[in-house]
Design a binder for this molecule. Structure first.
Ligand code: SF4
Length: 380
């Protein structure tokens, strides 16, 4: 019934909170690409996409939306993209499915890819945002990743223009506030630069989401990592603080340093102690704190600061006060997908298979911690 849909580009990643967003690629890969812990764009060259290319992609997405609307009309759904229409698109027109699924979810959120969109000229960004909103008036939120170093090349006035054109939120990989950790990991930015970049974004009224990697200091620097990350975030007061836990796949340069013993990964319990210290030191800010990444052991440590700080710390204490065997079993259950919360351990249908795996590992003399580290790589 339809000619094949025009192609539009997609990058490899987006933040977990953008799972339902339409993905629009403004640049390809990462212009820095040196962070030791990051496997994502290694071996891939960075390039900026031209405004024409970006507008062509937006046009292709709008054409896809129109085809889906016609399919809905022809199917008797009056142009609405409901579950039945989305299912029909998935079955018969998989090339249109991403747009159909997005429209089914409301067609409101867009994420701009890849790793550092604000490297594009501000005028081009403003025009791309304007064109995007013109084609899709249903859009209410547009977000992007950006490096702090790149944000420092933009003024508060630049950010105000971008906000006015439709940009809502910037996701920044803070990773750590500690200069030694940042330098070791070759992040290419200092804690002070993170602070200045974050303050500029906030001053323009844009929403700011900062990511911290738990465990990034390793056994040697964990304490300074926790303290300085809290100190830097206290100075920024971002709208969101999001944590993810370090895992080291073989594609990341850090892998070799772990293998040769130069960098020592922390066991889950020590990462949780680090997280406790980190949260304790978050002061004078009103950020939302989220553990919304599958790599985090305690997914239920979430809340609004400062009022939920104690309840977040109580979750951590509850875990740390479990007997050692139960902590190991919780880690195993979490990493094998049985447990999401500590209460899940009370559910026999979830805990029985975990206890069985735990016994089998012990009988074979396999370290639960080593086994878990391998399991975590599945989630990267
Ligand atoms: S700046 Fe971000 S995308 Fe680029 S290498 Fe570092 S962590 Fe990876």
């Amino acid at each position: 019934m339809f000619a094949s849909s025009p192609a539009y580009e997609q990058g490899p990643i987006r933040p977990p909170s953008e799972a339902g967003s339409l993905l629009l690629r403004l640049t390809r890969n990462c212009p820095w690409n040196r962070c030791l812990f990051c496997p994502v764009y290694k071996g891939d060259k960075f390039s900026r996409r031209s405004l024409d290319e970006i507008k062509n992609d937006i046009g292709s997405m709008a054409e896809a939306a129109e085809k889906i609307r016609i399919l809905s009309l022809e199917s008797g759904f009056g142009g609405e993209v409901n579950r039945q229409v989305a299912a029909k698109v998935q079955a018969g027109h998989p090339d249109l499915f991403q747009v159909a699924f997005w429209l089914f979810r409301g067609g409101e959120n867009v994420f701009l890819q890849d790793g550092d969109s604000l490297l594009l000229p501000v005028d081009d960004l403003v025009e791309a945002l304007r064109f995007l909103k013109e084609k899709f008036p249903s859009i209410t939120r547009i977000t992007t990743y950006a490096r702090s170093r790149t944000l420092l090349r933009r003024s508060v006035e630049d950010f105000r223009r971008l906000k006015k054109a439709g940009l809502s939120r910037i996701h920044v990989g803070l990773e750590s506030g500690n200069d030694a950790v940042l330098e070791y990991m070759q992040k290419g930015v200092s804690g002070a630069q993170h602070v200045e970049a974050g303050k500029r974004v906030k001053a323009a009224g844009l929403s700011l989401s900062e990511y911290v990697i738990l465990g990034l200091g390793g056994k040697k620097m964990w304490r300074d990592h926790a303290l300085d990350s809290a100190r830097v975030l206290n100075a920024i007061n971002p709208d969101y603080i999001r944590v993810r836990t370090l895992a080291v796949p073989s594609a990341s340069p850090l892998y070799e340093k772990v293998r040769n013993g130069e960098f020592e990964l922390m066991p889950d319990d020590d990462v949780i102690r680090e997280e406790k210290l980190f949260i304790e030191r978050l002061q004078g800010i009103d950020s939302y704190f989220y553990s919304d990444h599958i790599l985090n052991l305690l997914e239920e440590v979430n809340g609004k600061l400062p009022e939920d700080k104690n309840s977040m710390l109580e979750v951590i204490d509850r875990y740390l006060q479990l007997p050692a065997v139960e902590r190991e079993q919780f880690c195993l259950g979490r990493r094998t997908g049985y447990f999401r919360t500590i209460d899940d351990m009370q559910n026999a249908s979830l805990s029985k298979p975990v206890e069985k795996s735990y016994r089998q590992l012990q009988e074979k003399g396999i370290s639960v911690d080593e086994y878990i580290k391998k399991l975590m790589l599945r989630f990267i």
